[in-house]
Ligand binder design. Structure first.
Ligand code: ADP
Ligand code: ZN
Length: 729
């Protein structure tokens, strides 16, 4: 309940500091509301907090300190407080960490800062020049809008001194304006295209959901290019028309540029953006405007879910199956699931869009919890690519070659026809392993239990676990033999070498996340390729995610078996999704596409399911198997990782936990381990894993909290609990 506290009233404040309780303070001069963001003294420091409710009292009131000041930000809404509380309970995260996630806006406590802007003044210039005329044209064209100096100069194609000269003469007016301005209003215009019958029906269903004003989740399933974006933008439009805010989550920053362009075309202006590539001042503006209602639509990465929306009506999770929605450090949460939680508290709609939904979402549809809408046709003349396997057992390639003859022929045919080919290999770097041919030693990371990957562009060996790099040694670190170190296996950089030898005349582009310093660089590389700037594209999984390459008609998957190795319970699901996403890159615009999968096991059920395109059958088989062994989404898992520089300590504690499993047994859960984690050492810390498995309806979180609460953690030991783990490392 929202309450107003008068000056001197005892209030409790949740701070961002790692304490396991709220703290009592006195309300400041002028009082404060529940939910107000405040600055409070803590020892010698000032820290950020939020007014949580009435103080608890029970001690000497004379010693209670006062809130320093109330910050200039919209108070946290009750539903946001409830969302954070329930998300904390679900993920077993302490509340202060949740609050940090919800206040990741730099300068939240700063007074509203000002900046200088320029608009049309009243004076007349002493003389007209071309440059001066262009400045006036810009100002007139945009009516009463004000610009910063560099914006105005850039838009008019003049130097800033031209603008300054006009300011002197009063032709352009200079004034101060608050930095955190509302975003331009979005005007939901007409859809870019006339929707097909199928698209229209789906859009109507989503709009009806938005109009209901209630919670609901819909899985929007359709192959790449079937118009999912087109359809969910209709729901966004309906939401904005109803005066509510919308949030669109995308799995990859590189995708936002393309999406923003579409939003601008449709709504007349750009929405607010929220991801790691956004400047600090823009982040602050976005955070504040979302809270005050000055941002109608936010496009962002998973953490945008923790923005202080005032009136959230719709959350779209695009590519909902994408693993990047799971945050793997700090607060371990899955943005897809938290979106559903937030919407259910707030009374908003969720749209989960994907060509290859997660098994979790399939299961929720089947259980009647989510609705499902299908877009079956690719838009226009584009059809799904023809899929075929290349049986690598018959190809007999030497061990330093990875492109089969069959695939080489196909690439050559595309080159001759002036079309693009994509060679997909989900391995960054030059070679995954560097081995000594004298002693067989494989070079590893000094801090992790992992092999290092050679990156030739960087001229370094890189650990993909901790990021440490070192130069390539000339002698074997184990036996001292000179010049006997050799790369084993391919990465995209090595594949590029092979391509250069096979097709010396081709223009080759390598797309791998580590080869681009910024999202902008990656974006421009993608645009150049889309415009025909390359004949052969070599890429890791970043190419699988929704980019449009209209000239692409061939996809060659170098190693379709890669994801099938390993014991990950989602290995089959991931391979299936990734292969379908990648093969969906071919033939997007009016040219038929072909996808060829190089495999040593063409009769593997997953490969067969991909080739046959019998999705339902694949998902049904996968679901049956998971039901049989009682794992997600038909059972629940929690992964516990203990880590410490002291190997004995982690094992001792792991054993102590395993022996005290009574609280888990009570809910019928099983404990496995302790066992060394698949990567047994990262950054010098030894890692031990326990796995807890329970039935779907078991009250897992309470039991876990009680269980780990029984042991006292040594100060250098870290314990993390991952509810619904997505990766097992
Ligand atoms: P998805 O999100 O399913 O990949 P998109 O919404 O991006 O699909 O649509 C794929 C392409 O087809 C886009 O270029 C889009 O503009 C175009 N498109 C989709 N629906 C229509 C339509 N009804 N009429 C014309 N073009 C369309
Ligand atoms: Zn390392």
């Amino acid at each position: 309940m929202i309450r107003h506290f008068d000056e001197g009233d005892l209030i409790s404040v949740l701070t961002t500091q790692p304490l396991d309780r709220t703290l009592d303070y006195k309300a400041p001069e002028g009082g404060c509301l529940t939910g107000a963001f405040v600055e409070v003294p803590l020892g010698p420091r000032k820290v950020l907090g939020v007014v949580w409710g009435e103080g608890e009292g029970g001690y000497d009131l004379a010693k209670v300190r006062s809130v320093i000041r109330v910050l200039d930000a919209a108070p946290m809404r009750e539903e946001m407080a409830e969302f954070l509380t329930r998300a904390a309970e679900y993920t077993l995260t302490p509340m202060p960490a949740m609050l940090r996630l919800a206040t990741r806006s730099p300068g939240l406590g700063d007074p509203p800062s000002m900046r200088t802007v320029y608009r049309k003044g009243t004076g007349a210039p002493d003389r007209w020049t071309d440059a001066r005329r262009r400045v006036m044209e810009t100002l007139e064209q945009y009516g009463g809008l004000a610009f910063t100096l560099s914006e105005l100069a850039e838009m008019s194609g003049v130097s800033t001194s031209v603008v300054k000269g006009l300011v002197k003469q009063g032709v352009v007016a200079e004034e101060a304006s608050p930095r955190d301005l509302p975003y331009p209003r979005l005007e939901p215009g007409e859809a870019a295209h006339e929707l097909t019958e199928e698209q229209r029906e789906a859009a109507e269903a989503l709009k009806a959901g938005v109009a209901s004003g209630d919670y609901g989740t819909t899985l929007l399933k359709g192959v790449t290019g079937s118009g999912k974006t087109e359809v969910y933008l209709e729901a966004v439009a309906a939401c904005l028309k109803a005066g509510r805010q919308a949030l669109v989550l995308l799995p990859e920053i590189a995708l936002t540029a393309e999406f923003l362009t579409r939003v601008e075309a449709r709504f007349g202006a750009k929405p607010a953006e929220w991801h790691s590539g956004v400047t600090m001042t823009e982040r602050r503006r976005a955070w504040k405007m979302v809270g005050e209602g000055g941002a109608q639509l936010v496009v962002g990465a998973r953490s945008a879910l923790f923005l202080p929306f005032r009136e959230l009506g719709l959350i779209v999770v695009d590519e909902e199956h994408d693993t990047s929605y799971k945050q793997e450090d700090g607060v371990l949460y899955n943005a897809r699931d938290m979106a559903v939680l937030r919407a259910s508290i707030t009374g908003a709609q969720v749209v989960l869009a994907s060509a290859t939904p997660s098994l979790e979402s399939w299961a929720n549809v089947e259980a009647g919890k989510y609705k499902k809408l299908d877009l079956t046709a690719r838009f226009g003349e584009a059809v799904m690519p023809e899929l075929a396997a290349i049986d690598m057992r018959e190809e007999a390639l030497p061990s330093t070659r990875w492109i089969s003859e069959a695939l080489t022929r196909e690439v050559r045919a595309r080159l001759d026809a002036g079309e693009q080919s994509l060679l997909f290999l989900n391995r960054r770097g030059y070679a995954p392993v560097t081995i000594c041919r004298a002693c067989g030693h494989q070079i590893g990371c000094d801090h992790c239990d992992a092999r290092v990957v050679e990156h030739r562009f960087l001229k370094r060996l890189v650990c993909h676990q901790c990021g440490e790099t070192k130069p390539m040694p000339t002698v074997c670190p184990s036996c001292g033999a000179e010049d006997r170190l050799a790369p084993v296996g391919p990465g995209v950089e090595r594949l590029a070498e092979e391509v250069a030898e096979l097709f010396p005349e081709a223009r080759v582009a390598v797309l791998s996340s580590d080869l681009f310093g910024s999202a902008r660089a990656l974006k421009s590389a993608i645009e150049e390729i889309a415009a025909g700037g390359a004949d052969i594209v070599i890429g890791t999984q970043i190419v699988a995610k929704g980019h449009n390459f209209p000239l692409l008609t061939l996809v060659g998957v170098i190693d379709a078996d890669l994801g099938l190795q390993g014991s990950d319970l989602r290995a089959a699901e991931r391979t299936f999704q990734l292969m379908r996403q990648v093969s969906g890159r071919a033939g997007r615009a009016n040219r038929p596409g072909v996808a060829l999968l190089q495999t040593y096991q063409p009769e593997h059920p997953v490969i067969r399911a991909i080739l046959s395109g019998e999705e339902e059958a694949f998902w049904r088989a996968e679901a049956d198997e998971r039901k049989r062994v009682g794992v997600p989404p038909y059972g629940r898992l929690a992964g516990i990782v203990l880590s410490s520089p002291d190997v004995q300590e982690v094992f001792d504690l792991g054993k102590a936990l395993a022996e005290r499993s009574q609280p888990l047994k009570r809910i019928g859960a099983e404990v496995f381990g302790p066992a060394p984690a698949p990567i047994a050492r990262i950054r010098g810390r030894h890692r031990v894993r326990l796995l807890v498995k329970a039935e779907k309806t078991a009250p897992l979180q309470g039991a876990l909290a009680e269980w780990v609460g029984q042991v006292k953690l040594p100060s250098n030991l870290r314990l993390s609990i991952d509810i619904d783990p997505q990766s097992f490392y």
